[in-house]
Design a protein around this ligand. Structure first.
Ligand code: FEO
Ligand code: CA
Ligand code: CA
Ligand code: CA
Length: 515
């Protein structure tokens, strides 16, 4: 099948959307909350080893890797997705994904059990109790709620499914983005699981070895990972939601409207697909139908063994379809995409926005943000329309969009994920470090792309999450100093603490821009 991005990049050559600006650095924009027009000077690209923000925003560190959560637990590594449960008007339980590890900082290159144990502990997620103090969110160190859900926690599969002989998996890992259910639980997505326990195709016995070799000490099958995991923040109790399929789940974006509950998810690998799960119930995610997007026909294709004889003849059971979702999707004719990452739904228009980060092999270096409009705005519709909302590139002022967030009035915020080894080089030389960008929904600058933040060296901003008031945003600063070749050759020392180590951290950003 022809690759979507290649085809459409040709189609869109010469097309300048309202989102593509040539001078976004000195643009004015609509104020987020009151929509008054005010003058805003966007940031210039920067290679500085710090969090830089426009003048009307400032940041405060909330928690960093290795900080103690309790007597027993420490905050995990490489924090990503953030969401919360409101305990009261001034207290939140924050969920923070801890996606992956870097042996240089977390453990050591040698594949000893001791080093691998440190790595397994540092992935999964962290639950932290926050309290509002003097207008800012602060971490409550000794709260009974503070805990880790790590790569060691035993987590059952939904509906008592037995996968490779077991009813539960050892831990969760690769926790990239996620979602939040209407009943207040968090969905955390297991993305690059193959780095830890390898991968295997349907019908094969042999497992392709992993990058981190965790299987050397823990004989966990790859099929135990790559799921969406639902977490209760009050208890840490978790469950792997098998019905949403198994692939490198980037996010699990939930929408409930008109008696329909749907979860959108992208598979972050070049040539992989966009999915949605239509739940059979409004109160849980136990049963439902998984669909994959065919952009050529603008159709959602069911991945249901009882509805498709091709699936039935190859996979025999629905559990096999769900365990080897990528292979099932290709069999039914899903459209390959350029790394579908974060997904967010515009609260005003109802459209579904998907970051397609890039596909270097296909010479799509800068990515796009795709807009999908379900037929008549019905999220369980089987047909849809789509268009490119933003196209990255030098003139657009951004490259490689990943994490997205809308505020309450439909302004879009997004962060970029140019890989550490590419930042400032070749096709990426004009962009500086990864950034945070703002796309006003209103006013004469509607659709323009304005840089409002710049990340430390090698880092990306992830987990964009507004607090309940919308006046503050939680942000993950992930993988600072990732390109360091040794502890004596650090590329970053952010957040410039006493140990001078680069430490992934959660920050709060606030200021008149949001108020
Ligand atoms: Fe974990 Fe696809 O970013
Ligand atoms: Ca991501
Ligand atoms: Ca990414
Ligand atoms: Ca990344």
């Amino acid at each position: 099948m022809q690759n979507y991005s290649r085809r459409d990049f040709v189609k869109f050559l010469g097309y300048v959307s309202s989102g593509l600006v040539t001078s976004s650095w000195l643009a004015s924009c609509a104020n987020v909350a009151n929509q008054k027009l005010s003058s805003l000077t966007g940031l210039k690209p920067s290679l500085e080893d710090n969090v830089k923000l426009i003048d009307s925003l400032s940041w405060k560190r909330i928690i960093s890797w290795k900080d103690s959560l309790s007597e027993k637990d420490k905050f995990g590594y490489n924090n990503d997705y953030i969401n919360y449960l409101e305990l009261s008007h001034d207290e939140l339980l924050l969920w923070v994904n801890n996606e992956y590890i870097n042996p240089l900082f977390v453990s050591g290159e040698k594949r000893t059990k001791e080093n691998i144990d440190k790595e397994i502990y540092n992935v999964g997620g962290s639950i932290i109790h926050l309290k509002m103090k003097e207008g800012h969110w602060s971490f409550l160190k000794n709260s009974k709620y503070n805990r880790r859900v790590s790569g060691f926690q035993e987590i059952p599969f939904s509906n008592s499914q037995i996968i490779k002989g077991r009813k539960s998996a050892m831990g969760t890992l690769g926790n990239c983005a996620g979602g939040k259910t209407p009943w207040g639980t968090i969905l955390t997505c297991e993305e690059n699981y193959d780095y830890c326990y390898g991968e295997r195709k349907f019908g094969q016995r042999e497992v392709k070895a992993s990058y981190h070799s965790w299987e050397k000490f823990y004989k966990n099958p790859p099929e135990h990972y790559g799921w969406v995991v639902e977490v209760d923040l009050r208890t840490g109790k978790s469950i792997k939601r098998v019905e949403m399929g198994r692939f490198a789940h980037e996010s699990a974006t939930v929408i409930q409207k008109d008696g329909v509950l749907v979860v959108y998810s992208g598979d972050d690998k070049a040539g992989e697909h966009l999915y949605k799960f239509v739940s059979a119930s409004q109160n849980n995610l136990e049963h439902g139908t998984l669909y994959v997007a065919d952009l050529t026909q603008k159709k959602w294709l069911p991945l249901d063994v009882e509805q498709d004889s091709r699936l039935k003849s190859k996979f025999k059971t629905q559990l096999n379809v769900l365990m080897y979702t990528r292979e099932a999707a290709k069999l039914v004719g899903a459209t390959p995409l350029d790394r579908p990452e974060d997904i967010k739904i515009n609260p005003i228009t109802g459209d579904v926005f998907i970051a397609l980060t890039n596909n270097k092999k296909a010479e799509n270096y800068h990515g796009t943000i795709l807009k999908v409009s379900e037929h008549f705005g019905e999220y369980d519709s089987l047909i849809f329309d789509y268009e490119d909302f933003l196209i990255g590139g030098k003139d657009a002022g951004f490259s490689s969009p990943d994490n997205l967030a809308f505020d309450k009035v439909g302004n879009l915020f997004f962060a970029t994920d140019i890989s550490g080894r590419s930042i400032g080089k070749k096709q990426y030389s004009s962009f500086g470090n990864n950034g945070l960008f703002f796309v006003p929904a209103h006013g004469h600058d509607a659709g323009k792309v304005i840089q409002i933040g710049s990340a430390p060296v090698d880092a990306e901003f992830t987990g964009l999450c507004f607090d309940p008031s919308g006046k503050r945003m939680f942000l993950s600063v992930q993988h600072p100093g990732e390109q360091s070749k040794g502890l004596d050759r650090l590329t970053s020392t952010w957040p410039h603490l006493a140990d001078k180590l680069p430490r992934p951290s959660v920050i709060e950003i606030s200021g008149s821009f949001f108020s």
